[in-house]
Design a protein around this ligand. Structure first.
Ligand code: UD1
Ligand code: UDP
Length: 374
């Protein structure tokens, strides 16, 4: 009998989990693999929520999260923790996702132990090492280490080719975010949380906000919230729901700027199936999230990206995303424009999905079955 290929999948944060769970499920259904799921626990509650929603039970959990953790804390603990697990499991390949410090440090540990790495969601670039920070560095570094690159789009693959990576090891698969979205969003989804938000919104327009990026912590976050607040005060039909990231610095800024506004709801991070369906029901999304920039075009939901630059230009080209920057007056101007100008809003609301047809996990599994891993 053919020996099974042992693959360790590593992830640690909410977005990695949402995009890796569909792949875990696909790989576990294939005879050719022995699959080990390892979570670093870079996130705690926000990771648990996703594992629970997708019914994935990890084989290992490094449980590294601390309040206010630094990049040193995460990198050091993941590097050493993964070393032990790789030494015990001796995998044929390690799969990491995207650009988090979990992904970077677990790829680095695999590299130090001469274990081939497959990079899921490879090739996204801003080529500005400070934005997103430290993610742009993480993604480029993983790209240097990876033996196989699973690029979501042609543009991402082109970056890797331009950087001199072997074309034969680059595969355009679409993004597994779309695989996940296909299992979560449904027109007749109903749950008590969303029903209550529907009642609260009434005839108003629902604005969904998320913000958490490290480079926006501090003054930029206050500026962003300040611009949003001003538009909310001028347009009384707007209702804003903000599932606030557990980062204490984000919570403090949100509590301070939106204090006393009864048309604003600050809530805890939402379970992913509910959140995806809330996106589907929103009028407009304001976010600095990477994943939401991929999901919103597929749902035809206009997004103001609360960043100066994006490694997801496909959504901008498709017309769904507009970069609003982080300056208070820009945010105010862009948000107001979309609330008042129906023509621009309508143009942005056409569903366009540059990120694949929801078969990324299947394609990655097929490639992993047939390719050599050197
Ligand atoms: C990390 C990723 C970022 C990704 C984001 C997704 C890095 C460097 N950053 O940033 O790329 O976009 O996750 O959300 O890898 N916390 C909790 N409970 C949780 C999660 C977080 O309390 O379940 C708090 C902790 O105080 C933690 C802080 O949030 O110290 C920050 O978490 P961290 O993973 O360091 O950074 P993120 O901003 O979440
Ligand atoms: N998301 C969620 N609950 C929330 C907010 C976001 O499930 O309350 C999902 C969202 O749909 C997307 C992912 O989390 O799939 C994005 O995660 P995040 O913004 O934390 O990270 P990023 O994508 O910026 O790396």
């Amino acid at each position: 009998m053919e020996k099974k290929r042992k693959i360790v999948l590593v992830f640690g944060t909410r977005p990695e989990a949402i995009k890796m769970c569909p792949l875990v499920k696909e790989l576990k259904n294939r005879e050719k693999f022995r699959i080990i799921v390892c979570v670093t626990g870079q996130h705690r509650e926000m990771l648990e929520q996703v594992l629970c929603s997708f019914c994935v039970k990890p084989d290992y959990d490094l449980k590294i999260m601390e309040q206010g953790q630094t990049l040193f804390d995460i990198t050091e603990k993941v590097l050493k923790g993964m070393k032990e697990i790789y030494a015990r499991e001796k995998p044929d390949m390690v799969l990491v996702h995207g650009d988090t410090s979990t992904a970077f440090a677990s790829a680095l540990a695999a590299f130090y132990m001469n274990i081939p790495v497959g990079h899921v969601e490879a090739g996204l670039r801003t080529y500005d090492i400070h934005a997103p920070y430290p993610e742009e560095f993480n993604r480029q570094a993983i790209g240097s280490i990876a033996a196989l690159h699973f690029a979501p789009t042609e543009a991402a693959a082109e970056h890797l080719i331009q950087e001199g990576k072997n074309k034969e090891h680059i595969f355009i698969t679409g993004n597994t975010a779309i695989d996940a979205l296909h299992t979560t969003v449904s027109k007749d989804f109903s749950d008590p949380v969303l029903d209550e938000i529907d009642r609260w919104t009434g005839d108003g327009r629902l604005i969904l906000l998320t913000a958490h990026r490290r480079e926006n912590l501090g003054q930029p976050l206050y500026d962003i919230f300040g611009g949003i607040r001003q538009v909310l005060l001028e347009h009384t039909d707007l209702r804003l729901v903000y599932p606030v990231h557990y980062n204490p610095q984000v919570r403090k800024a949100a509590d301070e700027v939106f204090a006393g506004m009864d048309r604003v709801r600050l809530i805890d991070p939402m379970e992913v199936v509910t959140f995806h369906n809330l996106m589907e029901r929103s009028f407009l999304i304001l976010t600095d999230s990477g994943g939401i920039q991929e999901e919103a075009p597929a749902l035809g939901k206009p997004v103001l990206v609360l960043r100066d630059t994006t490694e997801r230009p496909e959504g901008v080209a498709a017309g769904t995303l507009r970069l609003a920057g982080t300056k208070k007056e820009n945010i105010y101007k862009e948000f107001k424009l979309l609330v008042e100008n129906h023509e621009i809003y309508d143009m942005m609301s056409r569903a366009a999905n540059p990120y694949g047809d929801g078969t990324a996990s299947r394609q990655i599994a097929d490639i992993l079955e047939r390719e050599a891993y050197e």
